[in-house]
Design a protein around this ligand. Structure first.
Ligand SMILES: [Zn+2]
Length: 220
C-alpha cells in the first residue's frame, strides 16, 4: 500500500497522465513499484511510477520463462518517470509565465499564412479508431504536439458558411509531418524548437490540438 502522501505527490507530479505513454488517465491510473515489493522495493516517491492500465500490465508482467518482447527495466522506468515529471513542470512553468505576464497581446495568425512559431515539442497519446473515445476499446494514436509559451489567435474559414472564424487562446498545436520527418527528428521531443508552417483548424477525430500545424521547416 502506498502512503497517502506519496500517492498524492506522485499523482500531482504526473497530472494523472501515464509516465510512459503520456495519456491522461483520470481515475484509471495505477501506481507501480519500480523495484517490486517482493524484491525489497519500498513504497516511496522515488520507487513509484504512475501508469495507465496498459503500461502497468506491460511493466508488471514479464515471463522470464517465456521471454517475449523487451522487458521494462527499473532504471528505464525511472527515467521515463523523471522525464515526464520534468516535462509536466516545464509545461506548467510556461503557462504560469504567460498568466503572470503584463502584456497579453495575442499574436494573430491566418489560416494558410506561413508562420514561424517557437514552442516545446512532446508526444501525446489519444484514443484513435474506431470511436476516438476510450483507451479500452479504441486503438491508441500518438501525435507530436507543439506547446506554445504564449497562446495565439487563429483566423480560419468555416467550411459550412465560408465565414471567417476567430479561434482564440490556441496553446497546443498538433504537428502534421510525414513519416520521414518523424524518423529524422526524433531528438526534438521534449525540446524547444522553432517551426515554420501553416495552421489549420481541427476538423476530424484525429485532430487533438487547439489547431493543426502543417510543418514546412524546422530550425532546432
Ligand atoms: Zn501508458
Amino acid at each position: 500500500m502506498w502512503p497517502q502522501k506519496v500517492k498524492e505527490n506522485a499523482l500531482i507530479a504526473c497530472r494523472r497522465k501515464c509516465c510512459v505513454c503520456h495519456m491522461f488517465c483520470g481515475r484509471n491510473i495505477e501506481l507501480h513499484h519500480i523495484v517490486m515489493e517482493s524484491k525489497g522495493g519500498e513504497s516511496t516517491f522515488d520507487n513509484c511510477i504512475p501508469l495507465c492500465f496498459n503500461c502497468h500490465a506491460e511493466a508488471g508482467h514479464y515471463n522470464t520463462n517465456h521471454p517475449k518482447g523487451t522487458k521494462y527495466s527499473s532504471s528505464e522506468l525511472k527515467r521515463h518517470r523523471d522525464i515526464w515529471y520534468q516535462t509536466v513542470q516545464q509545461l506548467d512553468l510556461a503557462e504560469h509565465k504567460w498568466e503572470a505576464s503584463e502584456n497579453k497581446q495575442l499574436k494573430e495568425v491566418y489560416e494558410d499564412q506561413v508562420v514561424t512559431l517557437n514552442g516545446f515539442v512532446w508526444r501525446e497519446a489519444f484514443p484513435g479508431p474506431p470511436n476516438y473515445d476510450s483507451f479500452d476499446t479504441d486503438r491508441i494514436e500518438t501525435y507530436w504536439m507543439l506547446v506554445l509559451p504564449e497562446p495565439i489567435c487563429l483566423f480560419a474559414n468555416s467550411f459550412e458558411t465560408e465565414e471567417t472564424i476567430k479561434i482564440e487562446n490556441i496553446r497546443k498545436l498538433q504537428l502534421c509531418v510525414n513519416s520521414e520527418f518523424y524518423v529524422a527528428n526524433k531528438d526534438i521531443i521534449r525540446t524547444d524548437v522553432e517551426l515554420t508552417g501553416k495552421l489549420f483548424m481541427s476538423i476530424t477525430g484525429h485532430h487533438h490540438g487547439d489547431a493543426n500545424f502543417d510543418i514546412r521547416g524546422l530550425h532546432a
